[in-house]
Design a protein around this ligand. Sequence first.
Ligand code: ATP
Ligand code: MG
Length: 388
Amino acid sequence: MCKYGEIALKGLNKSHFESTLSKEIKGRISRYGSFTVTRAQSTIYVVPNDDGINSEAVFSELCKIFGIATVCRAARTEKDMDNIISTLKEYIPRFLESKKTFKATAKRADKRFPLTSPEIAAAAGRAVLECIPNIKVSLENPDVTVTVEVREKYAFVHADASKAAGGMPVGSAGRAMLLLSGGIDSPVAGYMMAKRGAKIEAVHFESFPYTSEAAKEKVLELARIMSDYCGPIRVNCVSVTEIQERLRNTVDEEYFTLLLRRCMMRISARIARSRYCDALVTGESLGQVASQTMLAMGVTDPAAGMLVFRPCIGLDKEEIIETARKINTFETSVLPYEDCCTIFTPRHPKTRPELSKVLEQESRADLSELEDRAFEMADAVIMKMYGD
Ligand code: ATP
Ligand code: MG
């Protein structure tokens, strides 16, 4: 049983969110076998069509799908107390091994059911005490909660309700183009946008031979890891070698990074439009480096000409790392490969740039033809989980 969080609060377009979520669920679990996916009462039921599916793997996959607030593996039974109790006695003990304390709860969505919720819970509690020796009741802080839910057609019993990924179903909030470097921050930024329902695509800038094949492989691997939560990610790879060389040869050193970043914004926005994305996403965090001061972002933003999201903007590095660890990107992000932003870096980058001076420098570099070429030469790889 997959229960939704925020979607349940949606009004008229709730069914749009629900069908996006059902579709996502079906796509994500198909590699584990055949399932029937139905929905009722703010819950999506995922019923395996055969025995012998790897329920542990399906369960952990479901826990990573945005839009689902809680997941539990439940046994379904007819709606009378005899059946409920015998199903509970047969199904629940496997979840109570090595547990010392439990609590029984009940939810009665069908108000015509003859017993009240406290009465059902009491009966469930007695049944657990009868079949598990030495287990004790703890209402305050139980090791496990055994739940009986009496719903419209059937009753369900479960004992492993887990907090899932939360957020909104991927794709329900449009498409966004993530500027994906090999660092810690941008994968986290992509994850945060996907969590709110954005379908993520990525653009990665490389600068071969200054950046290596290994650096690019690392970025593709990050996209693959992210796809665990975000779904398959198309990574558009763009070479900025010529642009960087041109900048190095024509502009004052202190403007180099800012101008490169403006150029990355322009090319990313072009790719975004060509891929039907309505916004860019970066991993910038206020004050983290010279190019991430308010004034520096103020001169790079206008180059995008489209909405730019910076979901990490108010996070400390420690907080970003915490999320990177949770989504498994951290270990890959810290592999020591160069990024195009770390070559030719100025000794004294401008932290308080003025737009007029930046534009004057930019005109010296005369980048438009090089940018056209970089855009046209971009190639793309789709990254997804192994086995998908
Ligand atoms: P990150 O940890 O995400 O690399 P950072 O703190 O190292 O971020 P910068 O290198 O200044 O910061 O980059 C800021 C943002 O610019 C990144 O979060 C990313 O969105 C984008 N970016 C940087 N380098 C690249 C690149 N090579 N390709 C695509 N986007 C990039
Ligand atoms: Mg970086």
